[in-house]
Design a protein around this ligand. Structure first.
Ligand code: DAH
Length: 360
């Protein structure tokens, strides 16, 4: 018979020196296994005088319970939260958190809206799927205008048609809806609902059958409309000068060129001095890819609202005048950030977007 205190002492020493799970298992086998020390003591009970057996049995069970619970404790200590946090190396470099960035088209769109907002323009909107009337007819675009061509405009056949019908001749000849090719139809929606004075800008998506380095089938425009008694070309020039200098910096110059749009008379195209070479390349004939050494960049179309547009919305053209303008947001963002290919905007490459600043 062995002294139980010495077994317990052996166990405690072994446990204190156990380095890993395997060592714990070895201890378990040595003390609690079928041929282990505790089992051996039980099998030697017959050697114990009968009057002492009861107490010996109780002591053995107590020691067995003690060993079991100490082993369990040691095992869970190795795989529990405390053990896990001990395995966590605080000196390792942290995993980087990737932050989002505002898309340059969105930033530019918001800046444009802010600038006109400060000049008293409210935001207006309209549908992206329009009828021929809103996109063309009401804006004085003649029936044979090339923009109405299938090659330029996405037409949507009547929603009741099946896919097969979309390509049928009759569907093409009688298009019901189209994807708006510009934001100008919002002018019509606004003036149908509200009488002058009206001072709105309309940001939104537009669609054209175009796809190359400077044209995408979907892009963004901002439309502007200011109708009131006595609005003149001087207001137009002043407003656009304020806009261009605020967006591109006070050193830019404005150039207005006569142009043609069916919905304005007179019509203008508006240029700013090149934001990259400052117009210098024109004088020195050094190459500037952004302005192609012309010194000027076209940024928008504008003009005075055509009387026929007022008639479309039943406003008497002799009672008011209006100015209107429309610009492509991607184009302005490309000039602003010297981006050479419009398709970069739509590739969803975070490395591209991240160059334009993280969101705070
Ligand atoms: N809608 C024209 C376009 O998409 C841009 C435009 C030109 C809008 C002159 C206007 C305007 O309101 O007056 O190219």
């Amino acid at each position: 018979m062995t002294d139980l205190d010495s077994i317990q002492g052996d166990f405690e020493r072994a446990l204190a020196g156990a380095a890993d799970e395997r060592a714990l298992e070895e201890i378990r086998i040595r003390f609690l296994g079928r041929n282990g020390l505790i089992a051996a003591e039980f099998s030697r009970m017959s050697e114990v005088p009968p009057e002492g057996r009861r107490a010996r049995g109780a002591d053995l069970n107590k020691l067995k319970g003690f060993i079991e619970s100490k082993l369990k404790e040691a095992q869970s200590g190795r795989s529990g939260p405390a053990a896990r946090s001990a395995a966590f190396d605080v000196t390792l470099p942290a995993r980087s958190v990737s932050r989002g960035a505002a898309h340059p088209v969105l930033t530019t769109l918001n800046d444009i809206c802010d600038i006109f907002g400060r000049a008293g323009f409210e935001i207006a909107g309209g549908p992206e799927a329009e009828t021929d009337w809103y996109n063309f007819g009401a804006l004085n675009v003649p029936a044979d205008h090339p923009a109405r061509d299938m090659h330029d405009t996405f037409y949507i056949a009547d929603c009741g048609l099946r896919i097969a019908d979309l390509n049928s001749r009759s569907a093409i000849r009688n298009p019901q809806y189209l994807l708006r090719t510009h934001t100008s139809p919002v002018q019509i929606h606004v003036m149908e609902k509200r009488r002058p004075p009206v001072r709105v800008i309309a940001p939104g998506r537009v669609y054209r059958r175009d796809d190359d380095v400077s044209h995408a089938p979907m892009f963004h425009q901002v439309e502007g409309l200011w109708v009131d008694r006595g609005v003149t070309m001087r207001d137009l020039r002043g407003l656009l000068e304020y806009f261009a200098k605020t967006l591109f910096g006070s050193s830019v110059h404005l150039r207005l060129r006569p142009s043609f749009f069916p919905f304005t008379e007179p019509s203008l195209e508006v240029d700013v001095s090149c934001v990259i070479c400052g117009g210098e390349s024109r004088q020195r004939a050094s190459a500037c890819r952004t302005c192609k050494s012309t010194g000027w960049l076209e940024i928008l179309g504008a003009g005075m609202v055509h009387p026929n547009v007022f008639k479309s919305v039943k406003i008497d053209p002799s009672s008011v005048t209006g100015l209107a303008f429309g610009m492509g947001v991607e184009r302005i963002a490309m000039l602003r950030y010297a981006i050479s290919d419009i398709r970069l905007f739509y590739e969803n490459d975070v490395r591209f977007v991240a160059q334009f600043g993280a969101l705070g």
